[in-house]
Design a protein around this ligand. Structure first.
Ligand SMILES: N[C@@H](CCC(=O)N[C@@H](CS)C(=O)NCC(=O)O)C(=O)O
Length: 199
């Protein structure tokens, strides 16, 4: 039995989608309902996963743990395909996520309206460069995972949803738009969003 600590709409949404894709049982706990969340994760960040009481932090590490443990079609088990999938997972988690995190930081910390808008737009340009990298990776395949969506595709779909919170233009290519549309309409994705609202 798993327990997932989450925040609504945050990167932990991708962890929940993967748990559902794997068909495993889990319990959801909203981070904001925990009195001292830093006692659970001193960094203060979600996702945090408990696997039979053992604690896992860091989204990519959590996904690798789950995907190694359960049979799935989200992550190759070996070979070049696995190496490629690890690179894509970390591109999403360690490159695209921090690029979006800049928007949240600027949004929360800057007060001068003009400077704030210019800085948000600069951060959005960096994000758009990364979406071009994604579009290029999709030249001959519908998902980063190939013919089937992968963990990285799920992460990217969650991050893309964050652009709507900021007054900037996030530009994605046609193939990327199709990927995001497909993943965000998966039953596992929709159920995860609903569960966050109900919990
Ligand atoms: N490197 C961490 C980063 C996780 C992270 O930044 N999580 C955000 C949500 S997407 C968070 O929990 N922020 C704390 C907060 O906003 O209170 C990971 O991949 O797990």
């Amino acid at each position: 039995m798993y327990t997932l600590y989450y925040m609504t709409g945050a990167c932990s949404l991708a962890t929940q989608v993967v748990l559902r894709e794997l068909g495993v049982e889990f319990k959801l706990i909203n981070k904001d309902s925990v009195e001292d969340f830093k006692a659970i994760n001193p960094v203060g960040a979600v996702p945090v996963l408990l696997d039979n009481g053992k604690k896992y932090t860091e989204g990519a590490a959590i996904l690798l743990h789950l995907l190694d443990k359960h049979a799935n079609n989200l992550f190759p088990a070996s070979g070049d395909a696995r190496e490629e999938a690890i690179q894509n997972l970390l591109f999403a988690n360690a490159t695209m996520h921090p690029a979006y995190s800049k928007l949240f930081f600027i949004g929360q910390s800057m007060t001068d309206t003009e400077v704030k808008q210019a800085t948000l737009e600069s951060a959005a340009q960096s994000i758009n460069q990364l979406w071009k990298v994604v579009e290029a990776k999709l030249a001959n395949q519908p998902f980063l995972g190939g013919d089937h969506y992968s963990a990285a595709d799920i992460l990217l779909t969650v991050y893309h949803s964050w652009g709507q919170y900021f007054p900037v233009d996030i530009v994605i290519g046609d193939k990327t738009a199709k990927l995001i549309d497909t993943v965000s309409n998966l039953p596992s994705f929709k159920a995860s969003q609903e569960a966050e609202q109900q919990n």
